[in-house]
Design a binder for this molecule. Structure first.
Ligand code: SAH
Length: 468
C-alpha cells in the first residue's frame, strides 16, 4: 500500500490555499463543503473565488505567499503556477509537519486527494496512488451508478436509530442481520423513492418486531451460479453470496464465483462427480434444512439454473416439509451460456422453430428418451450430461429418422477460458470424439442451427475443432 487512506476533519479549522486560479477554486470548493475556514493567499482571484469572497465564504490575502501564512493551519494546498512558490510552501509545511498537497506534483505532497463519491455522510474515495487519474475517474463513474443518490439519507436514518436498535436487539448476530435487512429491504427502497416518513415508521415497527422474535430465523437461498463465467451471475446472486453465512456448493461452481462469497462464510463442498456422489441427494436436502434451523443463512449454489437438471425441486420440497424459509434465484442455464458463447442460436426462423432440453445420463448403458419425438428436423435438441452417451445418442437419432448429416456440436466448459467447441455430424461425431480430448462438463447441441457457429462464433478464447 503506497498511501494510507484517511478522512480529515477540517470542520471549522483554518486551512490555507496558496493560489487563486481555477484549480485552487476547485480545491476551495471541496474544503468549503467540509466546513473549513479557508484563507486564500494570492495577488489575484479568479471569478468563482471572487464570488466566494463576496459571499464571505473565504478570507483573502491579496499578496504573495509569506512564510508565516502557515501559522495555525490544519491543512495546506498549493496551486500556483510558480514552481518556486510551490516548493517553498511544500518545504515549509513539511518542516512544520502540516499536511500539504501541491496540485499535480506528487513528489511535493504529503497527502494526495482522491476522487470522491459523495453521499454524505457516506463517502467513497478512489485513488490509484497517482498511477492513472483516468482510471480513478472511470472507477468513480462506475461507483456513482451503483450507489443510489439517496444513500446518504439511508445512512442518516440508520444513524438516528442506532442507539435504539443497540438497546433493543442485544444479540450481535441478530443485530447485524437486522441492519442488513434494513439496508437491502423495503425500508431502503422507501428512502430511495423519497418516502422518508414511511421509512421512519417502518423502522419503528421493525425494531419492535425484531425484539419480539424468538431467536434467529434461518433461511435457504437456492441460487443458480450460471455456466461458469462470473460475469454471468445475477445481481441478486452476488448480493446473497455476500450475505450468506454458509455456502453449500458442488463441482460445477467455479472458484472465481466462490471467491465472491463473504470472507468469513463457511464453504461446504457436497461434490457430485459422476459415480462419486460425495453426499447422496437426500443427505444434501436434510443438511440444508439442518443448518438453516440453527439460524444460519444458507446459500445453496448450483451450476446453471437450479430448476434445470439441478434437482432444485427436491431440495425445496424437503425445506417445505421442514418448515424452512427459502427463496430461489434463477441462473443462466448451460444451454443458454453455451449457445451464446459458441455462436449457435438455439432457435432460428429458417432452421429451428423449437428447442428441447433433455438429459443424456446413461442408465444401465442406455438412454431412456422419447426418440420419435426428438428425431425431428427443424428443431434443436440440447443434451445435458450426455458426454458418455454420444455414441448411443447419434445411433438412436439416426435410427429414428434424422439424417446422418445433421450437424452436432459439443461445447466443453462453455463461457470459461477452457471452452472448446467440437463440430461434426451425427455420423462423424463418435469418431471425432475419440480423437479429441473433451472433458465434462460438456453440452451437446444437435440441429441445423449448429452450422451458424462458423459465421457467428465470437468468443475470443474458444477453440473450435472438427471437420474442416
Ligand atoms: N443446472 C445446470 C445443469 C446441471 S446438469 C444448468 O442449468 O446448466 C450438468 C450438466 O450441465 C453437465 O453434464 C453439462 O452437460 C451441462 N453443463 C453445465 N455447465 C456447463 C458448461 N459450463 N459447459 C457445458 N456444459 C455444461
Amino acid at each position: 500500500m503506497k498511501y494510507f487512506p484517511v478522512f480529515f476533519d477540517i470542520n471549522n479549522k483554518r486551512c490555507l490555499v496558496v493560489g487563486g486560479g481555477d484549480v485552487a477554486a476547485r480545491k476551495v470548493a471541496l474544503m468549503f463543503r467540509a466546513g473549513a475556514q479557508v484563507t486564500v493567499v494570492s495577488p489575484e482571484l479568479c471569478e468563482s473565488l471572487q464570488n466566494r469572497l463576496a459571499n464571505k465564504e473565504i478570507t483573502h490575502e491579496a499578496r504573495s505567499f509569506e512564510d508565516n501564512d502557515l501559522e495555525a493551519c490544519a491543512l495546506i494546498v498549493a496551486a500556483t503556477d510558480d514552481q518556486a512558490v510551490n516548493k517553498q510552501v511544500s518545504d515549509l509545511a513539511h518542516s512544520k509537519c502540516i499536511p500539504v498537497n501541491v496540485v499535480d506534483q506528487p513528489d511535493l505532497c504529503s497527502f494526495i486527494v482522491p476522487s470522491i463519491i459523495d453521499r454524505s455522510p457516506v463517502q467513497v474515495a478512489v485513488s490509484t496512488g497517482g498511477a492513472s487519474p483516468v482510471l480513478a475517474r472511470l472507477l468513480r463513474a462506475r461507483l456513482e451508478t451503483m450507489i443510489p443518490s439517496a444513500y446518504g439519507r439511508l445512512a442518516d436514518l440508520m444513524s438516528e436509530f442506532r442507539d435504539k436498535v443497540k438497546a433493543k436487539i442485544t444479540t450481535e448476530g441478530k443485530r447485524r442481520r437486522f441492519w442488513e435487512d434494513v439496508a437491502q429491504g423495503p425500508i431502503a427502497e422507501m428512502i430511495f423513492s423519497g418516502r422518508e416518513a414511511a421509512a421512519r415508521e417502518a423502522m419503528h415497527a421493525a425494531v419492535e418486531e425484531a425484539e419480539a422474535s424468538t431467536g434467529d430465523r434461518g433461511e435457504v437461498y437456492l441460487v443458480g451460479a450460471g455456466p461458469g463465467d462470473p460475469d454471468l451471475l445475477t445481481f441478486r446472486a452476488l448480493r446473497l453470496l455476500q450475505q450468506a453465512d454458509v455456502i453449500v456448493y458442488d463441482r460445477l461452481v467455479s472458484e472465481e464465483i466462490l471467491d465472491m462469497a463473504r470472507r468469513d462464510a463457511d464453504l461446504v463442498y457436497v461434490g457430485k462427480e459422476r459415480d462419486k456422489h460425495t453426499l447422496p441427494q437426500e443427505d444434501i436436502n436434510l443438511l440444508l434444512a439442518r443448518i438453516a434451523k440453527k439460524g444460519k443463512r444458507v446459500l445453496r449454489l448450483k451450476g446453471g439454473d437450479p430448476f434445470i437438471f439441478g434437482r432444485g425441486g427436491e431440495e425445496i420440497e424437503t425445506l417445505m416439509q421442514e418448515g424452512v424459509n427459502f427463496q430461489i434465484v434463477p441462473g443462466i442455464t448451460a444451454a443458454a451460456g453455451a449457445a451464446s458463447y459458441a455462436g449457435i442460436p438455439l432457435t432460428h426462423r429458417n432452421y429451428a422453430q423449437s428447442v428441447t432440453f433433455v438429459t443424456g445420463h446413461l442408465k444401465d448403458g442406455t438412454m431412456n428418451l422419447n426418440w420419435p419425438a426428438l428425431a425431428h428436423p427443424h428443431q434443436t435438441l440440447v443434451v445435458y450430461m450426455g458426454l458418455l452417451g454420444v455414441k448411443t445418442l447419434c445411433a438412436k437419432l439416426i435410427e429414428h429418422g434424422l439424417s446422418e448429416r445433421t450437424p452436432m456440436a459439443l461445447v466443453q466448459k462453455a463461457t470459461t477460458r477452457q471452452q472448446k467447441v467440437l463440430i461434426g455430424t451425427l455420423k462423424s461425431m463418435p469418431g471425432l470424439l475419440e480423437k479429441a480430448n473433451i472433458k465434462p462438463p460438456t453440452l451437446i447441441i444437435v440441429g441445423e442451427v449448429v452450422n451458424l457457429h462458423e459465421k457467428l462464433s465470437w468468443f475470443g478464447s474458444a477453440e473450435t475443432v472438427g471437420e474442416g
